[in-house]
Design a protein around this ligand. Structure first.
Ligand SMILES: NC(=O)c1ccc[n+]([C@@H]2O[C@H](COP(=O)([O-])OP(=O)(O)OC[C@H]3O[C@@H](n4cnc5c(N)ncnc54)[C@H](OP(=O)(O)O)[C@@H]3O)[C@@H](O)[C@H]2O)c1
Length: 343
């Protein structure tokens, strides 16, 4: 990609998926400078079209030829497709922003949340890395609120319990809830158990240590993004039958003492956070609050009863937006801004 480009040929791999569709919507809403949209998906969808800025674009399957004419490739088609196509796209000259788990923990591949570590996108010579990883949705919303608090009080340990939307498992996850609510009998449960009227304390498969892969993503990705291997994260991830966003109950222990009003002011003035914290008026974030919004919403802020250096908080964000599509487009925006500044 030439650093003097001011408009970009942007591919979206996974263009028919929940995240891919949202990426296309977010590119349009934020008026990202797209000269050509290249929607890609599997052979099941090839030939279908997607709409972007009042034009129809035909969906193709990925190939090395296609990536030769792409500047920025937003990947959202799962880890297997990313492992196959990200090196091909990077080799062809595209910058890949990958939303899957394929490369997140690979040394040398930046794992980026623009509110936290935007500089990680770039090499020492100022050019962007060719593959940049987008973190897991539950991790992204948590680190957005941890960052300003860590800078001020130093976070030692976070106990987090998640309440995650069915859309976190893509089209299949959303369809499973809808068909269960419609009374259709399932051959196999997409969420391991019935999700309608239920809560399932398992997201992804269990690892040998008794934690799920989703939980281990929160442990490992948080440390990498925050650049602090000492930060302890103790997670329990739970799927619940909602749309709109993931909720997280956070219990955050700091090294230093804090003032509750200062915490509120800090969060309210930090990028990407909206404070909704007036319990007497029943104001606090909920999944529907965050639906189709790009920010992380924070509320229910109170000091822990038993440990004065510990804070309780409730946060919510739209997992398809800040948890995936918006974060990826924001990374592309940082690259575009740096490129046009250097042009
Ligand atoms: N949902 C979330 O909240 C969320 C949050 C963060 C990260 N992610 C990650 O984002 C990725 C996509 O998630 P999603 O929720 O959008 O899933 P989804 O709704 O199931 O969509 C999957 C997309 O990938 C495409 N695809 C699948 N296999 C492919 C292949 N071999 N070659 C090309 N395209 C292929 C599908 O195309 P067809 O329609 O043609 O099958 C579809 O466009 C996953 O890696 C997921 O872990 C999701």
């Amino acid at each position: 990609m030439s650093i003097s480009d001011s408009r970009y040929r942007v591919a979206v791999l996974g263009a028919t998926g929940l995240v891919g569709r949202t990426m296309i919507q977010v590119l349009e809403e934020r008026n990202f400078p797209v000269s050509e949209l290249v929607p890609l998906a599997s052979s099941r969808s090839a030939g279908q079209t997607v709409r972007f800025k009042d034009r129809e674009f035909v969906i193709a399957v990925p190939s090395s030829e296609i990536f030769r004419n792409v500047d920025i490739a937003l990947f959202s088609a799962g880890a297997t497709a990313s492992r196959e196509w990200a090196p091909v796209a990077a080799e062809a000259g595209a910058i890949v922003i990958d939303n899957s788990s394929a490369f997140r923990m690979e040394p040398g591949i930046p794992l980026v949340v623009p509110e936290v570590n935007p500089d990680a996108i770039f090499r020492v010579d100022g050019t962007p890395e060719s593959i940049i990883a987008n973190p897991n949705c539950s991790t992204i919303q948590m680190v957005v609120v941890l960052k300003p608090l860590h800078d001020r009080y130093r976070v030692k340990r976070v106990v987090v319990s998640t309440y995650q939307s069915v859309t976190g498992k893509g089209k299949a996850g959303r369809d499973a809830l809808e068909s269960e609510l419609a009374g259709q009998v399932q051959d196999q449960f997409t969420h391991f158990h019935q999700i309608a009227f239920n809560a399932v304390p398992q997201i992804d498969v269990f690892t040998d240590n008794g934690y799920t892969k989703e939980e281990m993503k929160m442990v490992n990705e948080t440390r990498k993004i925050m650049g602090d291997d000492a930060m302890a994260v103790s997670p329990t991830t739970v799927r619940i039958p909602v749309y709109g966003g993931h909720g997280e109950s956070l219990n955050i222990e700091f090294e230093n003492d804090f003032d509750i009003d200062e915490v509120r002011a800090l969060l309210a003035s930090s990028p990407g956070i909206i404070l909704q914290d007036d319990p007497s008026a029943r104001i606090y974030p909920m999944p529907l609050t965050s639906y189709e919004r790009d920010e992380v919403f924070a509320g229910r802020i109170r000091r822990d009863f038993w440990n004065p250096k510990t804070l309780n908080m409730w946060i919510v964000a739209d997992n398809l937006r800040k948890g995936a599509a918006t974060n990826a487009v924001q990374i592309a925006e940082v690259i575009a801004a740096r490129c046009s500044a250097g042009a």
